[in-house]
Write a protein that binds this ligand. Structure first.
Ligand SMILES: [Zn+2]
Length: 92
């Protein structure tokens, strides 16, 4: 994951981090621009599931990603009107 300094926009490097919870880490980040040298904290959190875990932690619940849910609904839609004449053409 690339982190950029909020002041100068240059790359910044994670120096250390610690777990705040099973889904959130706090990291201390230092800007690599020697003309800036900003040091700041960030939080990195899991916010949604895209592909469910094969070995889920029962203490963790992440809602399904809204984007993936929308895509899954879209895949189930038929490209033509149900009951219309085009369906038989696709099956033929
Ligand atoms: Zn900076």
């Amino acid at each position: 994951m690339r982190i950029t300094c909020p002041h100068c926009g240059r790359p910044a490097k994670v120096r250390t981090s610690r777990a705040m919870s099973p889904i959130t880490r706090e990291a201390y980040v230092q800007c690599e621009n020697i003309d800036c040298c900003h040091v700041f904290r960030v939080f990195v959190s899991a916010i949604a599931t895209i592909v469910p875990s094969i070995r889920p932690n029962p203490a963790v619940y992440l809602r399904p990603s809204a984007r993936r849910a929308a895509n899954a609904e879209g895949q189930g839609e038929l490209p033509f009107e149900p009951g219309g004449g085009t369906g038989s053409q696709l099956l033929a």
